[in-house]
Design a protein around this ligand. Sequence first.
Ligand code: MRU
Length: 346
Amino acid sequence: MPIATIEWKNNCARIIDQTKLPLRLAYIDCHNVECVWDAIKVLKVRGAPAIGVAAAFGVFLGMREVKTDNFNVFKGHLDKVIAYLCSSRPTAVNLFWALERMRKKALANSELKIAGLKKLLLQEALLILEEDRQTCRRLADFGSRLIKDNDSCLTICNAGALATADYGTALGVFYRAKEKGKRFKVFACETRPLLQGARLSSWELKKHNINVTLIADNTAGYLMAEGRLSKVFVGADRIAGNGDTANKIGTSNLAILSYEHKIPFYVVAPGSTFDLKLAGGKDIPIEERHKDEVFKLQSKRVAPSGIKAYNPAFDVTPNKFISAFITEKGIIYPPFKKNIHNVLAV
Ligand code: MRU
């Protein structure tokens, strides 16, 4: 049951508006780069790989409008469009990865006429979309080997088809395990403040006929203490060279709890989510979002006025709490610094 998170249709980027789910499956048609920027900023499209794919289409849409025959003028506009898209969200490195890939494609083909360059940018965005689909399947193949009958797995946020071009990272592992006939269940953390777990993961998991139970975020420790969890699978927004991992706020709590309860904690992520330039997690920029997301629940204020709020969208899990990374090139076990480099830095 494919979920078309992003597709190129009728000359525009068609994106599922995730702010409307699960009540309504609505789409937005982005005809220009401003629409893509806004979709990323307000989380109509969200999840690291999906943000990267959307941004790639954003580059094409921004450059489609440029009227010049001169490559240097074209390049000047390209720099501006890319800088603009870079400003939409700071943490998921897939955004910057996709934008750099688009830039390189244009620069490597400067001998082409501008019409040819524009065509090439669209082709590159479509390729990024297709590659993400295939990468997710490979992640799922590797990850599903770790799931055994009667496992009881936990996940946080949404790391499914909605967060990627198709199928997902952490949730893709569950979909593939189900296709292989394994019997297991999944607990989904609701994921305050924006409830990606309750609204999006539960919706997707149910569509895939996965046995899913929703829990409040603060229930995870009790569930582990009860002995009712066997594995944790999460996605990632940026992974430093030593394995420190930024993911949705609350992920590090789960990792530390898992460590204490001796429950394997797996991060499922494509190579494009690894930022090998960063030595450790302290260098990962963490997005701080509007306080209203904490003050309000589904747009309705629940907190009294006159108080403060703090709303980091991500946290960083230190590598020592992570059992392994599941990538499209295989499963990476500790020592991470050496093994991440060996597997991915080629
Ligand atoms: O703020 P969001 O909804 O974009 O956060 C998304 C996450 O943290 C996901 O878990 C992460 O991007 C992995 S997605 C495959």
